[in-house]
Design a protein around this ligand. Structure first.
Ligand code: FAD
Ligand code: UDP
Length: 368
């Protein structure tokens, strides 16, 4: 007889939602987390009374009312709306691409004038864009591509835009209205008190062991439970049998400054190629802080190597092929459910991870 029904590897949103739902159904769960804290990449820490998003800016947004209601059981959301600003060599532009951006760039005033300008620059090809560069120019033309996309993207992904998949840039809205909201989703905000409130609510009364790398201690932990929910890297789980998948990592440089307001906005993107970081986050603006000091984080993209945190999957064709091979191994692995952004090798937003965890729960407990 095992001690637990479920061993949940990883205390990020996928693991925490699964654990919560299993526990609610009377299952005995143990959560293992290799970091020294729970929450995965949404974890926040407090510095000078300011909630700092330790693993990069996290803004919750969704169009799914059920997911919004689901998280609202555990935390109250504030009214934060992401309106980042792009800094290209000291020139400031509103993001995402909208009438404010077009007006500042070209002096245009009406949507018709903006469309005409983009039309002039986007080329005439009818073929499907084959890569991010072609997709970006098709969407917004050459000027915006060169000032606001190319430098940022090549720093972020460490590759020329002509070698990156087109879908990455489709994440960003292009609008012919004066609307600086980065997202199109109906619901948006940041938990009051930070994401730890959400994670602590999900994991309430569930035993968690931090500082345990399941893969290093599989022999000890695997026999303890009937089933495992694994939310770490899929390639690592199979000991890189087909070689490592490609990821991007990040280095965060956080600084506390003796001033009230450093940049006047939560997120400023540095879109030129020369500045080594992609953005500066000023955390207090996520919850309208009025503290005397401020905390900022510079985000430097880094090539991922084994042992580093894998923040972004590189979903190009070559990596997708390798991932499919790992997926076949995963299908054969008895008693293990794989989920979350690392095990699924997907560029998932938080709402999509919660959705996926709830789907896994429905499947797992169907008929119960
Ligand atoms: P994770 O949060 O990565 O959790 C996995 C956990 O498993 C980690 O805690 C890890 O330490 C642990 N783990 C891994 N392997 C092992 C092991 N062998 N043993 C024990 N534990 C292990 N989404 C949004 O919706 N809005 C945003 O604004 C946004 N901004 C982002 C900014 C950045 C810089 C990044 C990287 C992501 C952002 N996301 C955002 C995405 C968001 O972080 C993810 O969707 C979400 O956190 C994924 O949850 P998860 O549980 O799948 O993975
Ligand atoms: N992007 C860009 N310029 C910007 C912001 C984003 O070119 O100022 C591109 C870049 O390729 C990035 C993609 O748009 O990878 C998606 O951006 P998003 O902000 O959704 O990515 P995240 O930072 O959430 O990973």
């Amino acid at each position: 007889m095992s001690t637990y029904d479920y061993l949940i590897v990883g205390s990020g949103l996928f693991g925490a939602v699964f654990a919560h739902e299993a526990f609610k159904r009377g299952k005995k769960c143990l959560v293992l987390e290799k970091r020294e804290h729970v929450g995965g990449n949404v974890y926040c820490e407090e510095i000078e009374g300011i909630l700092v998003h330790r693993y990069g800016a996290h803004i919750f947004h969704t169009s799914n009312a059920k997911i919004w209601e689901y998280v609202s059981q555990f935390c109250e959301m504030n009214r934060f709306t992401n309106m980042p600003v792009a800094n290209f060599k000291g020139e400031i532009y509103n993001m995402p691409f909208n009438m404010n951006t077009f007006s500042k760039l070209w002096g245009v005033v009406t949507p018709q004038q903006a469309k005409a300008k983009i039309e002039e620059q986007r080329g005439v090809s009818q073929e499907e864009p084959r890569n991010l560069e072609e997709q970006a120019i098709r969407l917004v033309g050459e000027d915006i591509y060169h000032k606001l996309i190319q430098g940022y993207t090549e720093k972020q992904w460490g590759k020329p835009c002509s070698e990156l998949p087109a879908f990455i840039i489709k994440r960003l809205p292009v609008r012919y209205t004066y609307d600086n909201n980065y997202f199109n989703d109906r619901f948006q905000g940041i938990p009051i008190g930070g994401y730890n409130v959400l994670i602590d609510g999900l994991l309430k009364d569930i035993p968690v062991k931090c500082g345990v790398d399941y893969l290093a201690e599989r022999e000890i932990y695997r026999p303890m439970a009937d089933k495992v929910v694994y939310t770490g890297q899929l390639d690592a789980y199979f000991d890189y049998a087909y070689g490592p998948l490609e990821y991007r990592s990040l280095r965060f440089e956080t600084e506390c400054l003796d001033m009230e307001n450093y940049q006047g906005v939560a997120v400023m993107n540095y879109t030129d190629r020369e500045t080594p970081y992609t953005r500066i986050i000023e955390h207090k603006h996520f919850d309208f802080g009025t503290q005397e000091k401020t905390v900022i984080t510079r985000e430097y993209p880094v090539k991922w190597e084994k042992g580093m945190e894998a923040y972004y999957p590189v979903n190009d064709d070559a990596n997708q092929k390798i991932f499919t091979q790992y997926q076949k191994l995963a299908e054969k692995e008895k008693g293990v459910l794989f989920g979350g952004r690392l095990a699924s090798y997907k560029y998932y937003d938080m709402d999509k991870v919660i959705e996926a965890a709830l789907e896994a729960v429905s499947k797992e407990f169907e008929g119960e």
